[in-house]
Design a protein around this ligand. Sequence first.
Ligand code: ADP
Ligand code: TPW
Length: 582
Amino acid sequence: MSANLAPVAHHTEESPMTDGFNLVIDALKLNGIKTIYGLPGIPITDLTRKAQAQGLRVISFRHEQNAGNAAAIAGFMTGQPGVCLTVSAPGFLNGLTALANATTNCFPMILISGSSEREIVDLQQGDYEEMDQVAVAKSLCKAAFRVLHAEDIGVGIARAIRSAVSGRPGGVYLDLPAKLFSQAMDAAAGTASLIQVVDPAPRQIPAPDAVQRALDLLKGAKKPLILLGKGAAYARAEADIRTLVERTGIPYLPMSMAKGLLPDTHELSAAAARSYVLPEADVVVLIGARLNWLLSHGKGKTWGGKDHKAWGGQKFIQIDISPTEMDSNVRIDAPLVGDIGSCVAALLAGMGTQWPKPPAEWLSAVFDRRNKNVAKMAETLAKDPKPMNFHSALNVVRDIVKANPDAMLVNEGANALDFTRSIVDMYKPRKRLDVGTWGVMGIGMGFAVAAAVESGEPVIAIEGDSAFGFSGMEVETICRYNLPVCVVIFNNNGVYRGTDKNMGGGDDVAPTVFVKDARYEKMMEAFGGVGVYATTPAELRKGLEDAIRSRKPTLINAIIDETAGTESGRITSLNPAAAAKK
Ligand code: ADP
Ligand code: TPW
């Protein structure tokens, strides 16, 4: 054969091919992703099958919002982006609430969604499940990408991972149109196109002058306070944070999901004196906590201000990876921008081993109040009212968590949330998972599934009866994967309480009222799990102990006095009707 007649190179049986399906799976595996949370359908059904065949764990849900919430909290727990996989338009939209919630809470998550054909979508010709998903997702996440060619899958997944975990973590959307999955390419070239992301969340070292400024401010404090947020839990900085707290002897307050970063029983915890320390403190060190509504925006009466908008006079040191978080609500006198691990380490290095303790008057004022409040709470918890109320039920949960400090605790509701947060002590970091920054209902079963899958530990989910309803169908998922999840429903017959009356006097019940004495435990029994109907603390205790020992999917329907609790729990002041009365 003469040289100019040489055959054009083409693929033969000796040069194997790969396709979009395999490249997506290979790229995820190359980057250490082990689990996909999702819900199958066109065009991603085969992706879920092939992923499972190739060793990824695929946890299939009954609704995408719950799969998305599972992925988001997996991201919080592990520091690796949680992956949620959905079908086009409606599936994608169902996943979007979780993606937006992940972004709001700074949880790293990637929502991967199949989509319909670009050509048809862009001409709006009415494809199956047609939607310009990237455009819709953009405003609800940190970044949104679309991959059109198989050879770009590696880059697309690398960019999604980096966007989710670097800087302030958050949600990322990755759009994979149906056609991409069947695109074939040379297998060797495909492998070469994949990227194993190096150092996806680089440390960010604070500037030395910023560290010195913070130390100077702290040194002059007469009434210092440390406030720990879920950013500190996410950053896994508990060892250095503990050293910081103990070396300085400064009282600290944990935000809800920072509980357990240091054990809640730590001698320097001021949690039970919150309403005293916030207005009284003169210098506050915020570590991975934003001055958002959960902290009354750093001003107003909560902070000792004259009225609801006035500054209370505190000076703030804020440690955060996001430079633009500074001054978002009040002046930050000493911004310390960097990752929490590096910032706290730099503070410790700058302090040396000797650091003056806060004035004794401050410490005794704080801890006397705390001890008094703890004693008062112990009295309340010891009561045994009939029917059970939140306190007598949570007294049991408190004991169970104390005896099982490795168990995960998921929590949502209004009163069920607020009382659990203040009554149930946590002993280890990243064990308490709850409604977070938005106070969103519906995270319960998604979080519970991921908590079990990611940790292997027993999960206790304390749920208001309304809160549970948002994701209740996932009890089937819990049974299907035989997860050690014990759902405890605090059943008081409605949203907040079950006692409202129809103000129009008609036959319909009030908007906040549910079916009385609903038998939620039968939902778990329907799928082979254990159902428990508990009207006393003893029955609740036995149900929880059995569930933890047996690791069987369990649902305890804990009957709570329907008059117990308040409207909106602790945030009644944000309710327009209540605010108008003020
Ligand atoms: P909480 O609700 O517990 O008060 P927030 O969600 O308001 O906590 O605040 C968490 C903060 O932590 C966010 O501002 C986020 O930028 C920050 N953050 C998250 N991870 C890190 C990290 N590794 N280093 C520094 N800051 C971080
Ligand atoms: C997505 C509004 C806040 S709390 C709550 C609702 C509906 C339920 C409270 O009743 P529950 O708890 O769960 O029975 P308890 O202990 O007080 O009896 N939709 C979304 N998110 C929120 N936050 C709401 C509605 C809400």
